[in-house]
Design a protein around this ligand. Structure first.
Ligand SMILES: Nc1ncnc2c1ncn2[C@@H]1O[C@H](COP(=O)(O)OP(=O)(O)OP(=O)(O)O)[C@@H](O)[C@H]1O
Ligand SMILES: [Mg+2]
Length: 234
């Protein structure tokens, strides 16, 4: 579904991503791990055409995306939950979800909104609360719910668990997995939280200085403990 070849990304003169190649099949769940500054956010933004200057090939459902602006990528079925969340401060929780659905023409109306609240029970009591009245953790939960409400084919999640308590991390993993199981959507997750990544992804890439230094399943990851000590801050 998503195929990436020789992807380079630049901020001005800084060459950040160095010839990345990978693919995410329909329904696959992939984690990109790497320490601060490894290039995780740059990768996710490059896929969405949301910041860095990009060279190389990105195809989605066989279609080249090079010239496709971010809003059109959303309509093709890519949904980005950015590192900085971007919750609308003057809309309620429910309106934030509705707005995300409307922006991409997602089907389902009120039923789909109720499904979101059913999957993310911690958001139910907050549904009439404004975005700027939510805690950081509540905003993160809403951002993930909103990303899924767009009914994507591929959800791009950039470090959704940063700063969350372990019990909330587990709630988020449950809600996310239930949604992905139901919809058959694929996941590309950038993370430093191994516990969450293990719960949600089946295939792992490790990024370091803009290059992949490992790819495999969790069994291969665990069989190479030096990957963890060398490239991840754990
Ligand atoms: N807007 C920007 N302009 C210039 N350089 C940038 C910009 N954003 C990121 N960089 C640089 O690109 C490199 C990769 O950053 P990136 O944000 O992709 O890392 P990351 O893996 O997401 O890190 P973190 O875990 O801290 O979020 C870093 O060296 C960073 O300083
Ligand atoms: Mg980042």
């Amino acid at each position: 579904m998503l195929e990436v070849d020789s992807l380079d990304a630049f901020y001005g003169d800084s060459h950040i991503l160095q010839g990345l190649g990978f693919a995410v099949a329909a329904g696959a769940r992939v984690a990109v791990l790497g320490r601060n500054g490894a290039g995780k956010t740059t990768l996710i933004k490059s896929l969405m055409n949301a910041g860095p200057r990009v060279a190389g090939a990105i195809r989605f459902d066989g279609q080249p995306l090079e010239k496709t602006p971010a809003f059109r990528r959303s309509r093709l079925g890519l949904s980005l939950v950015p590192e900085d969340r971007r919750i609308f401060p003057h809309l309620t929780v429910e309106e934030n979800i509705a707005a995300a659905m409307k922006a991409v023409g997602a089907p389902g109306g009120q039923d789909a909104i109720e499904r979101c609240f059913a999957r993310f029970p911690m958001l139910g009591p907050l549904r009439k609360r404004f975005g700027n009245q939510l805690s950081g953790g509540q905003q993160q939960m809403l951002a993930v719910a909103r990303g899924l409400a767009a009914a994507p084919k591929l959800l791009l999640l950039d470090e959704p668990t940063e700063g969350l308590a372990p019990i909330i991390v587990d709630q988020m993993a449950r809600a996310l997995n239930a949604f992905l199981d139901d919809d058959g959507a694929a996941l590309l997750l950038s993370e430093q939280n191994l516990r969450f990544a293990r719960k949600c992804a089946r295939h792992v890439y490790v990024l370091d200085s803009g290059r992949f230094v490992f790819q495999g399943d969790w069994r291969a990851f665990d069989a190479n403990p030096e990957i963890k000590s060398r490239y991840l801050a754990v």
